[in-house]
Design a binder for this molecule. Sequence first.
Ligand SMILES: [Zn+2]
Length: 132
Amino acid sequence: MAETQCSAQVIYDSWCHTHQCEKRAKVTRNGKPYCTIHDPEYIAKKDAEGTAKYYAKSTSERAKRELVSTAVSACKAINPDNPMAVAESISDLYEALKEITAQFKKVEPLYFKDNEIIGRAEQALTKTEGGG
Ligand SMILES: [Zn+2]
C-alpha cells in the first residue's frame, strides 16, 4: 500500500472537534485506509474481548454469590443460632465421617455391606466430593 493517511476522525478537544488521524494507514477496510489503532476489525476484536471478559467476570461473581448463599443457608439449617460454628467444623465433620465409614466397613464388612446408615454416609461423602 502506498503512503496513505488513516481515514479515521479523531476527537482532539473537549468540544468534540475532530481531525483526520495523522498516522499512516496499514490496512484497507471497505475501501477506506486505517492505521493499526483505528482498524475497524482491530476495534471489533478489542470490543469482543472486553465483552467476553466482562461476562466471564460477572459469571464468576454470580457463582461466588451463589456459593456463599448456599453455604450460609446450609450452615443455618444445621445450627440457626451459630452457622459459623458449622462452617468452621465442616472439614472435621467430613474427615470424621470418612474415618467412621471406613472403620465400620473394615471391622464388620459383611454386616455393614448393605447397612442403610453407612449407605447414607457414603452417599453424603460422594456428594461432598462432587460425585452426585
Ligand atoms: Zn488512525
